[in-house]
Design a protein around this ligand. Structure first.
Ligand code: PRP
Ligand code: MN
Ligand code: MG
Length: 180
């Protein structure tokens, strides 16, 4: 089992679901009359995206973009690459950008510029996790699920070397898993 690679649980399935419900309610208040486009940043956001759109019963559509900057490392390479681009015109749209984690800020700083260049009317950033201690770019989330310490977290969509995304809770990986 993957459980034996986890040092500790930071947020249980129940804690995550309760917080996602709150975030969905907050988004409803802000966007019920704004025809928002939920825009998930793959791959990490896929679990959060699925839960968040169901926690927010607005008539809305959704889209994905895939980017990668970590490759197989635990530290961002700083180079953000689009690996799957938008499949629709976002001109004039109010975007709800959905991320699993905001860490250095490289990914969202790049994407916010990219979406504004593509003509978005507004960009609202919703991240399940925020790790402000590692920020190198001046970017802040509009809505945050939980603030996390500077530890390498996995689960609920977050990976280490593409594994552990299907762990249903958010946990800290044992150092020996990524140090050898
Ligand atoms: C991770 C995570 C965020 C980003 C956050 O994605 O899902 O998108 O890094 O880090 P940053 O703030 O330092 O840019 P990753 O590049 O690992 O791709 P993935 O979503 O496919 O795992
Ligand atoms: Mn990601
Ligand atoms: Mg990753």
């Amino acid at each position: 089992m993957m459980d034996r690679d986890i040092l500790k649980v930071l947020f249980s399935e129940e804690e995550i679901q309760a917080r996602v419900e709150e975030l969905g309610g907050e988004l409803y208040e802000r966007f019920w009359d704004k025809n928002p486009l939920f825009l998930g940043v793959l791959k990490g956001s896929f679990v959060f995206m699925a839960d968040l759109v169901r926690a927010c019963q607005i008539k809305s559509d959704l889209e994905f973009i895939a980017v990668s900057s970590y490759e197989n490392a635990t530290v961002s390479s700083g180079r953000v690459q689009i690996t799957r681009d938008l499949q629709q015109d976002i001109t004039g749209r109010n975007l709800i950008v959905v991320e699993d984690i905001l860490d250095s800020g490289n990914t969202l700083a790049f994407l916010k510029d990219y979406f504004m260049t593509k003509g978005a009317a507004s960009v609202t950033i919703v991240t399940l996790l925020d790790k402000p201690s590692r920020r190198t770019k001046a970017i802040k989330p509009d809505l945050t699920g939980f603030v996390v310490p500077d530890e390498f977290v996995v689960g609920y969509g977050l990976d280490y070397a593409q594994k552990y995304r299907n762990v249903p809770y958010i946990g800290v990986l044992k150092p020996e898993v990524y140090s050898n």
